[in-house]
Design a protein around this ligand. Structure first.
Ligand code: PMP
Length: 342
């Protein structure tokens, strides 16, 4: 089995941490206040098994017909686990693009399922063969924006892909708040398009563990039957509910991160990197020197953590999460120093 190795999580304070695409800014004040208030709540009782409070608020914020279009989970990783468990049995097939989110393959392995990786074409376009043919396919997973590239498959193409499939298409929108498009509206039109979202990235709540699925109510009801009984704890549900209601805060933070992203892309290009234009809160870059692993080590020695990624039969590179302006600039200066030392 291919184990999933999460990004390094060192004790707080030691590193400028640009390796796991968290939000560099703390969550909205209303979220912190809600958590403090909730500490005097009914902690001796089990939480609401379906996080109704959150689902109601999210349905309203996202313009969905009702809370029955949402399944809440302990991070979108748990939602992905539920989806793979729900749709793909032993020996059955799941398809995903390559390179993309490595966890999908581990989830398939846990089920004893077979995974097929379809390589992206140049420019991170999906090949037409991606959804074609195989009537035995049970699930397709598409991170959109993709990681590590930060690129997006536009909704019209997602729609065509879904129409060509004999199975559900999960659009993993962990980073969609930073992108130009998303596929949320497609869920109402197509029973086989399902969208996952997280509070870990744009909402600045990676430490809280809260994610959710948007799909048609009949699917949500089926998947709810196979989730753990109390998968969203009381404090997380309160925090997530406050967060999804703080849309003005969200818009400000996204604007700041996008501005820093654009400066980061320019700085890296000036230093000779090939930078994939990103629609997420990270950038994927490669340098003609090819010394990506060494650069990662150099940065780490200098208390800056970025992600070195090596995809067999494809290549390697560096993924840098967008931090505050100061953090990102410190990273750029250290990269400059490394390149001068070559
Ligand atoms: N999908 C993608 C593409 C991701 O990069 C991540 C973050 N590792 C997740 C889902 C999971 O995020 P979380 O479990 O924090 O919601």
């Amino acid at each position: 089995m291919l184990p999933y190795t999460p990004g390094e999580q060192p004790p707080p304070g030691k590193f400028i941490k640009l390796n796991t695409n968290e939000n560099p800014y703390p969550p909205a004040e209303s979220v912190v206040a809600a958590i403090k208030n909730a500490a005097s709540g009914p902690l001796n009782r089990y939480p609401d098994p379906t996080a109704t409070l959150f689902r109601r608020a999210a349905a309203e914020t996202l313009g969905l017909p009702g809370p029955d279009w949402i399944l809440a989970g302990n991070g979108s990783d748990e939602i992905l686990t539920i989806l793979v468990r729900g749709f793909v049995g032993e020996g059955q097939k799941l398809r995903l693009p390559y390179p993309s989110y490595i966890l999908y393959r581990t989830l398939a392995d846990i089920q004893g399922a077979k995974w097929e990786q379809v390589p992206f074409l140049d420019g991170w376009h999906l090949p037409s063969v991606f959804g074609e043919g195989d009537r035995d396919l049970r699930l397709v997973l598409l991170p959109n924006p993709n990681s590590p590239s930060g690129t997006v498959v536009p909704p019209d193409q997602v729609e065509r892909l879904a129409a060509s499939l004999p199975c559900p298409l999960v659009v993993d929108e962990a980073y969609a708040d930073f992108a130009e498009f998303n596929c949320l509206d497609l869920v109402r039109k197509h029973e086989n398009i399902l969208v996952t979202r997280t509070l870990s990235k744009s909402y600045g709540l990676a430490g809280i563990r809260f994610g959710f699925l948007v799909a048609q109510p009949s699917l949500i009801a089926k998947l709810a039957n196979i989730k753990d009984s109390y998968n969203c704890d009381y404090l997380a549900t309160i925090a997530a509910t406050a967060a999804i209601s703080a849309q003005d805060w969200l818009a400000d933070v996204i604007a700041k991160i996008k501005a820093t992203r654009s400066r980061t892309e320019s700085r890296l290009r000036e230093m000779g990197f090939d930078v994939t234009p990103s629609q997420a809160n990270f950038v994927w870059c490669t340098h003609p020197s090819g010394r990506h692993e060494q650069l990662h080590e150099y940065l780490k020695k200098n208390q800056i953590l970025v992600r070195y990624m090596n995809f067999p039969d494809w290549g390697d590179g560096i993924r840098i999460s967008i931090g505050t302006d100061e953090q990102t600039e410190a990273c750029m200066m250290m990269i400059e120093r490394y390149l001068q030392s070559l």
